[in-house]
Design a binder for this molecule. Structure first.
Ligand SMILES: *[C@@H]1O[C@H](CO)[C@@H](O)[C@H](O)[C@H]1NC(C)=O
Ligand SMILES: *[C@@H]1O[C@H](CO)[C@@H](O)[C@H](O)[C@H]1NC(C)=O
Ligand SMILES: *[C@@H]1O[C@H](CO)[C@@H](O)[C@H](O)[C@H]1NC(C)=O
Ligand SMILES: *[C@@H]1O[C@H](CO)[C@@H](O)[C@H](O)[C@H]1NC(C)=O
Ligand SMILES: *[C@@H]1O[C@H](CO)[C@@H](O)[C@H](O)[C@H]1NC(C)=O
Ligand SMILES: *[C@@H]1O[C@H](CO)[C@@H](O)[C@H](O)[C@H]1NC(C)=O
Ligand SMILES: *[C@@H]1O[C@H](CO)[C@@H](O)[C@H](O)[C@H]1NC(C)=O
Ligand SMILES: *[C@@H]1O[C@H](CO)[C@@H](O)[C@H](O)[C@H]1NC(C)=O
Ligand SMILES: *[C@@H]1O[C@H](CO)[C@@H](O)[C@H](O)[C@H]1NC(C)=O
Length: 805
């Protein structure tokens, strides 16, 4: 703030001016007029007032504008960084047309930064919009307005953005604290590069992005569209400016957008009956709102405890605990792009906040089809999205790493380029149809295919018109890879016996190899309790969306006549039980490896349970269902299969008890009741098995044995003798303690997977004592009139599960 631009303007002493009989019920000051501390201006309809204020215990005085109905809500401050220290200030319009804030010694405390000279018929007026303007009456031009110099509040009609000709920016910056309006650490600023978006900065650190403006809303806040009855949101992007503003519709309540002292953007409306402000949108709100919570090429899901998961076709780059908000890891591409339309395709990630678009390439004038073509042709293009979803045109292409993607409800779709081999064999469909026509079973499959199309249509009806143009797009099918039977027969050598690799709870598993070399595991589902085709497709899509590094990836499905098949990635090290119960192999597993496996399983299970969108209960968790990749990372398999058999997951009682003896929780065996806590029980058993190297089967009940040792305070005896436990006694005890908490008899007493995960990850948490009396051991409590049926892993006589002591 330059001082002394305005020469001394007072011809009479200030105090005389101060007591001159000026009527301050007005909204304006003419040249030579002033207001002193204690006086105020009021806008014509009385919405806003301008005057002097101070905050908290401080004696500092500021000139500001506030809502008359809520005087504590100051929307603008003149001298935020140069307070008066007593009540002797005066705001004066000088004789030469400018205005300034003076102290008692007639020193300028504050004056507007940009002011044109040579006006002598100016008026300073507080408008009913909250805008303070300095206007030249003779030319009727606005010389200066407070709306150009926002503090922390955006009012309807104010613009936030940048003048591209002059480089002048309007942005919000937070107060230092609730009692101190001086400039704080946070700012809320338009990023005009790439696809424009608004960013909250914490000094020079990117804190939160709104997501690009897509014609209807900021990509990260689809719920904005639900407030269009109150507001018009305006976004301008042309040669001269990029700006955002909002207008209140007639009769809308007072509203404001504020960047508060904690760096949180809030949208508030005045609730007249209650005389309070209601916050209706705020950001950042959850962990995924903070910039780059997850690393590159991953997507953040707030309700999910594991938070980050890799995009399709990507895998974690580092095996460190990257999911714990460590942004250095991220994900890396599994199959390199081939840089041609033959080898690459697009995968649609549904409902996301689009990645950081500062470096994205934007062409607002081409069609979405052209955009796709361009992206496919250009090697450096990694993903694209329509620039304007309202008119469904324009093109945003990302050429650098995709970062800060978040799942948001009703969000936009992102089209991501990946190798076709990661998509499944979608372009073999035409061939498949030819085969079908020759085949005698063609009707059935035709019905399936039509059903599939109908299902897709239904699902996509939201964007029906806009997406119709993309409907004959072969890549569009990619988010639900449907393999044709010929591919599967070829891959598995007609389901030959030699390719049989195992038998899971729901069918036989075959190993196979796709033409382009990828190894797969094909599970032929058995049983006749299938749901309808649409539901099946729905469920497969759900399961296919579950992507986590501790889950076996589902690549797609195949439907042939009455048969249904699931196609999974193939894992070389097969299953955990082949390691931990094998006399030789188990010696290769030291305590660290075992702990990593336990944590990995916990993480995968946590993802299944707490993924807000699906909440999967596994129901058949066992060592044989934990597969190991070549780095011994555990991956849970067979998840979601139970859903494929039963429509309504809300049902917590079932006549069909699916499970494996030794892993089933007591309440599940006797009453058919299952919940996430049944999975926790199974997890506890697996944990005990991993540490002990012993199976929990009917003859030697590991759980009972563990309890006995716990009571005798010699739990360490449970540890597999091949494990070197010296130095790890505390850790091992702690881990076993967690295991025992999981196998408590009463489901309510068992911890949730998120607690389990925290207990395993932190050494400081105090663990509750496991309650012995609540373990399952009373034979009298069985009601043995339940039916158990299914394949070998299902049928169990409940009485053999437990051991009396
Ligand atoms: C009005 O202000 C301008 C610049 O701030 C100055 O050049 C001019 O002399 C002033 N006029 C009077 C009468 O104070
Ligand atoms: C206010 O500040 C001036 C110097 O800027 C100082 O001389 C004066 O004593 C201060 N008054 C009070 C009440 O702190
Ligand atoms: C008020 O503060 C000004 C400096 O800002 C100082 O010159 C003046 O003497 C002070 N008046 C009183 C009464 O403290
Ligand atoms: C304002 O300035 C113009 C010349 O720029 C002059 O003619 C006019 O008399 C002035 N008016 C007042 C009220 O000083
Ligand atoms: C602003 O940042 C500085 C430097 O990190 C810090 O010391 C200060 O506490 C921050 N202020 C607020 C209000 O957060
Ligand atoms: C800022 O806004 C957030 C979200 O509404 C709120 O939780 C927080 O208390 C606010 N901070 C202050 C200092 O008002
Ligand atoms: C994140 O992980 C890397 C290793 O991938 C490690 O070097 C770094 O220290 C970690 N950073 C934090 C903040 O944990
Ligand atoms: C884009 O199209 C609009 C009208 O459709 C036109 O006014 C504008 O000049 C075009 N911009 C470019 C860069 O071609
Ligand atoms: C590919 O895209 C990049 C980034 O937009 C651009 O610089 C490059 O010229 C494009 N290459 C081709 C061949 O169009």
């Amino acid at each position: 703030m330059k001082k002394g631009i305005l020469p001394k303007i007072f011809t009479i002493p200030l105090f005389i001016l101060a007591f001159s009989p000026i009527a301050f019920s007005t909204d304006s000051l003419q040249h030579g007029q002033n207001i002193i501390d204690g006086q105020k201006l009021a806008s014509s309809k009385g919405t806003f007032e301008l005057g002097f204020f101070s905050r908290g215990l401080s004696t500092n005085r500021f000139v500001g504008i506030w809502f008359r109905v809520a005087p504590d809500v100051v929307v603008w401050v003149a001298n935020r960084d140069s307070p008066l220290n007593n009540t002797t200030g005066a705001l004066t319009v000088g004789n030469n047309g400018s205005f300034a804030l003076y102290d008692a010694s007639e020193k300028i405390i504050w004056q507007p930064t940009v002011i044109k000279n040579g006006y002598n018929t100016t008026i300073l007026q507080l408008q009913d919009s909250g805008n303070l303007i300095l206007k030249d009456l003779s030319s009727n031009t606005v010389i200066w307005q407070s709306f150009d110099y926002p503090i922390n509040t955006l009012l309807p009609g104010m613009k936030l953005g940048k003048n591209l000709r002059t480089g002048f920016e309007t942005y919000l910056s937070s107060w230092k604290s609730g009692d101190d309006p001086s400039t704080g650490n946070y700012s809320y600023k338009m990023d005009t590069e790439g696809a424009p978006e608004i960013i909250i900065w914490d000094r020079d650190q990117l804190r939160y992005r709104s997501g690009m403006w897509n014609g209807l809303y900021f990509s990260g806040q689809p719920s904005m569209v639900t407030y269009t009855d109150m507001f018009n949101f305006l976004f301008v992007r042309d040669q001269s400016e990029v700006s955002y503003s909002f207008e209140a519709k007639p009769n809308a309540p007072f509203s404001r957008l504020v960047l508060n002292e904690s760096g949180v953007k809030q949208r508030l409306v005045w609730n007249q009956p209650h005389q309070t402000w209601n916050v209706f949108l705020s950001a950042p709100k959850d962990v995924c709102d903070y910039y780059a919570t997850c690393g590159p090429f991953s997507v953040c899901q707030p309700e999910d405890m594991t938070t980050c998961s890799c995009l399709r076709g990507f895998e974690p780059a580092a095996s460190t605990e990257w999911y714990m908000r460590n942004t250095s890891g991220g994900c890396q591409r599994r199959t390199p792009l081939g840089c041609s339309a033959d080898s690459d395709g697009f995968y649609v990630i549904k409902e996301v906040k689009l990645p950081y678009s500062h470096k994205a390439t934007v062409d607002a004038n081409i069609s979405v089809e052209d955009c796709k073509r361009r992206c496919l042709m250009n090697c450096s293009c990694l993903a694209y999205a329509p620039f304007n979803i309202k008119e469904w045109n324009g093109c945003v292409m990302w050429n650098t790493e995709l970062i800060d993607i978040k799942y948001v409800k009703d969000g936009q779709d992102l089209y991501m380029k990946i190798s076709k081999s990661e998509l499944g064999s979608s372009n073999k469909k035409m061939l498949a149809i030819t085969v079908i026509l020759i085949s005698s079973a063609f009707t059935v499959i035709l019905i399936c295919f039509v059903g599939y199309l109908i299902w897709r249509k239904k699902r996509d009806s939201k964007q029906e018109t806009t997406e119709r143009s993309l409907a004959n797009d072969s890549f569009k099918d990619a988010d639900l890879p449907v393999f044709d039977i010929q591919t599967i027969l070829q891959a598995t050598d007609n389901f030959s016996k030699t390719n049989e690799v195992g038998q899971g709870g729901f069918g036989i598993v075959y190993k196979g190899k796709l033409p382009y070399g990828q190894e797969i595991a094909v599970k032929r589902l058995t049983g006749n309790s299938f749901q309808g085709l649409n539901e099946f497709m729905n469920e497969v899509t759900v399961v296919a969306k579950l992507q986590h590094r501790n889950l076996v990836g589902l690549l797609g499905c195949c439907i042939h006549n009455n048969e249904r098949m699931l196609i999974y990635e193939f894992l070389t090290n097969k299953s955990l039980d082949l390691f931990i119960f094998d006399s030789e192999k188990r010696a290769t597993l030291d305590w660290r490896t075992r702990l990593d496996i336990i944590k990995g399983i916990a993480r995968g299970l946590l993802y299944l349970h707490h993924d807000s969108r699906f909440n999967i209960i596994h129901r058949d968790l066992k060592a044989a269902n934990i597969l190991l990749d070549d780095e011994m990372n555990p991956k849970i398999s067979d998840f979601g299969t139970a859903r494929l058999f039963e429509r309504d997951q809300a049902v917590i009682r079932t006549e069909i008890v699916v499970g494996t003896r030794g892993y089933m929780s007591p309440e599940y065996i006797t009453e058919g009741k299952f919940s996430v806590k049944s999975d926790v029980y199974s997890f506890g058993v697996i944990l005990l098995e991993i540490i002990s190297g012993k199976r929990n089967n009917g003859n030697q009940n590991l759980v009972t044995y563990a309890w006995k040792l716990w009571e005798e305070q010699s739990i360490l005896k449970l540890i597999d003798e091949v494990v070197e436990s010296t130095g790890f006694a505390t850790e091992l005890t702690r881990c076993l303690h967690v295991g025992l908490l999981c196998v408590q008899k009463c489901p309510d007493n068992r911890p949730s997977m998120s607690s389990v995960f925290m207990m395993l990850s932190s050494d400081n948490l105090v663990l509750p004592a496991p309650n012995k009396s609540l373990i399952w051991r009373s034979i009298g409590e069985f009601t043995a009139d339940h039916h158990f049926y299914g394949s070998e892993s299902i049928s169990v006589d409940p009485l053999t599960v437990i051991e009396g002591r």
